[in-house]
Design a protein around this ligand. Sequence first.
Ligand code: KMT
Ligand code: NI
Length: 176
Amino acid sequence: MRAYLYDNLDTDCREPHEQNPSVPVSVEELEASGVLYWRLKDENFEDQIDKICADRNYKNRDQITVSKQGLGELFDAKIKTFFAEHLHEDEEIRAILEGTGYFDIRDKQDRWVRIKVEAGDLIVLPAGIYHRFTLDSNNYLKAMRLFKEDPVWTPLNRPCDEYPYRKAYLNVIEAN
Ligand code: KMT
Ligand code: NI
């Protein structure tokens, strides 16, 4: 995982979009926005996930392969939905199993922070944070999705500042 400020250029979102010079964003800064991160080691991969699930009460899981082959005829529509700025009522928890991709989140100052993820990264985006996802030029990412009960991943596109999940998120973040 590596995080940095997005350059806001209007080119292909699969490009790195890193500023020059780069402006890195630390794990601590991500935490201030409510984003959690774990690096999973290759050995006992499942055990580490099981522990995080037990600690955080994630009871269920499934897998998604974000690729042309994995999503079939839904690919173009899904990719578009993922990259529209949105939030969810629930946390978005992803353990990256294979491949690479970018989660972009809005920081406290409403700037885009790009988080490059790869196999072995586990990331939690809190409920109510504005974010988006894109593949990079490798066009392939396989992830485990973790969730507490039934997942509510319906994307609520910005603006949805009046939703209780958004307000609750801002209240938590303000305290950080
Ligand atoms: C979402 O809601 O933003 C996603 O599920 C992103 C794709 S999962 C790698
Ligand atoms: Ni999302």
